[in-house]
Design a protein around this ligand. Structure first.
Ligand code: SF4
Ligand code: SF4
Length: 334
């Protein structure tokens, strides 16, 4: 069964980067220390910030990120505190190295998903993008998590470098026992935006290639019993454009206290909220909140500004299609 996951305010999503440090140096890493800071939040600060968002939203999903969040020695306390604060769900995003024996310190009742990142169906595809040995480490991590009874999801970031290998993923997901599969578009930010070679070799795929590949692979994975989520990216003419910044509650929190509502803004000082002295407050204008209401024929304003290469014009110079909010997802369930 396939559906577009509509934006809702019934629940909020709290994407909490508790540190920016990582053991890997992925070529497309989206972390930007200049904008996000480079320090590790101490556990007391994390607990206070978790409380801010738990009070603001009765129903919030927590996604703990980094950098590599398992490098934080107190990650298990973060999870337990989130449970005490009644977060609806807790997900830990990881590159698979699972530091500090995290699997021994939390339980499947406390963590809804360990979400692993892998960008190829074998080391020869994944490791040039994510680092030598990272394929083996990630698949070992998945096996260890499954053996302890955790639910596991996997994120595959699609670019021109690895889209041809995406069709080989469903059998691998099946073998690994992955429960959910997230296909993601490479973001034109962080390390990617800094590096000219990276920009050329890891470009986003064009509309025709995206539409010819992604839905088919998603359907193949769903036939194997895996729930698949992928970004809509290109809106059909009859579909309505909505900016999640206006109609949903997503928070992207960084260790320097910046809080964004839009992930495409994260490379710029455009955050609309800021945590200062453990209080969440509005950030100085102009910021992302001033961009969200802008109504343009191309759809997403931030896409138009920072990644216009995925726009095509018709013979009259009008946009051939609109780009959806990057947070709008299609879901296909078994
Ligand atoms: S993309 Fe993730 S795993 Fe890779 S270097 Fe960046 S933070 Fe680490
Ligand atoms: S990606 Fe575009 S549409 Fe989505 S929140 Fe950001 S500015 Fe709004």
């Amino acid at each position: 069964m396939q559906k577009t996951v509509a934006f809702t305010r019934r629940s909020a999503n709290v994407f909490f980067h508790i540190l920016t440090r990582c053991n890997l140096h992925c070529r497309h890493c989206y972390i930007n220390p200049e904008q996000h800071g480079s320090h590790t939040l101490d556990i007391e600060t994390i607990e206070r910030w978790l409380t801010i968002f738990a009070r603001r939203h009765a129903a919030a999903n927590l996604i703990v990120l980094g950098g590599e969040p398992t490098l934080h020695p107190e990650l298990s306390r973060v999870v337990k505190r989130a449970r005490e604060l009644a977060y609806l769900s807790v997900t830990i995003d990881t590159n698979g190295y699972l530091f500090h024996d995290i699997l021994d310190k939390v339980t499947p009742q406390e963590v809804d998903y360990f979400s692993f990142s892998l960008d190829g169906p074998r080391a020869a595809v994944n490791d040039p993008l994510r680092g030598s040995g990272s394929f083996d480490a990630c698949t070992r991590g998945i096996a260890a998590a499954k053996a302890r009874g955790f639910a596991v999801s996997l994120i595959y970031t699609v670019s021109q470098a690895n889209i041809d290998h995406l069709p080989a993923m469903p059998p691998l997901l099946d073998r690994l026992g992955v429960d959910r599969f997230f296909i993601q578009v490479i973001g034109m930010r962080g390390q990617w935006a800094e590096d000219a070679v990276c920009r050329e070799s890891l470009a986003q795929v064009d509309r025709a290639t995206w539409l010819a590949t992604i839905p088919e692979v998603a359907a193949a994975a769903a036939r194997r019993g895996i729930t698949v989520t992928y970004p809509k990216v290109f809106l059909d003419p009859q579909e309505t454009f909505e900016c999640a910044g206006l109609v949903a509650d997503n928070y992207f929190i960084f260790p320097n206290g910046r809080v964004y509502r839009c992930p495409l803004c994260e490379d710029y000082p455009l955050h609309s909220l800021q945590i200062r002295d453990d209080r969440l407050m509005d950030a100085a204008r102009v910021n992302e909140a001033d961009l969200f209401p802008l109504d343009i024929p191309e759809g997403c304003v931030m896409n138009r500004i920072i990644q216009p290469r995925n726009l095509a014009a018709d013979d009259d110079g009008r946009p051939g299609h609109r780009i959806a909010c990057c947070l709008l997802k299609e879901e296909i369930a078994p």
